[in-house]
Design a protein around this ligand. Sequence first.
Ligand SMILES: [Zn+2]
Length: 236
Amino acid sequence: MAQSMTPTKTCVLGDACIICGFSFVQHEKTTDGTDIIHKFYQNKLKLNSEKVNCIRKVTEKSDLDIEGSNAGVCRKCFRSVESIIKADEKNKAAKQRIIQSLDQILTETGGNEENSEALCQSNPACIITGAAKIVKLESVKVCKRGSGCPLQKKDYSDFFNFSWDHLHEYFRHHCPALLSIISATVCDLTPQVSSKSYQHIILTACIGLHGRSQEMSLVQFVVDFMLKHGGCTERI
Ligand SMILES: [Zn+2]
């Protein structure tokens, strides 16, 4: 009487994918004791030196040694290895393009500085015309009614919270070209906060902008207020 057996599956050691361990040959023993061999060689790729090198590259295991073994790699695992290598190459090329572009911009910017230096020598009028245009655009913008410029605000709190720093900060953000031109007129280096030059620069900007728009008169009001407080009867 045939003995009933539990079905078992065994794998052939060594004939498996070196990455995921999938066996390319599997033995199955059925309940009636029959041996069935399943072969999955259509999934197996032989490990030639080219494939081994690819796996070494991705796994960073340069000492990977499969010589003499029957091992292979399954198609799925090797597809992953190939796509990682492709992505790495793509990233490398993209990185190279970014570096090249950055280098080019740095060179061009350097070149522009040289160009403006050369232009200052050969055609200063052109530089002046350009700078004046920029300063004019900035001034028009800050003098516009409702621009948010502190010089247009003349309430009680604006008077008593008046500060040169506050104005300087506003000019630095909204009319940097104007500030830079006036600074160049007053002194050589960036003046220290609250120094005499610092106040001259801001006051000059305030006077200039008041010339463009009567609304930009906070500083004139403050000065007028202080003079009157001191007994001055002349209108400034
Ligand atoms: Zn595999």
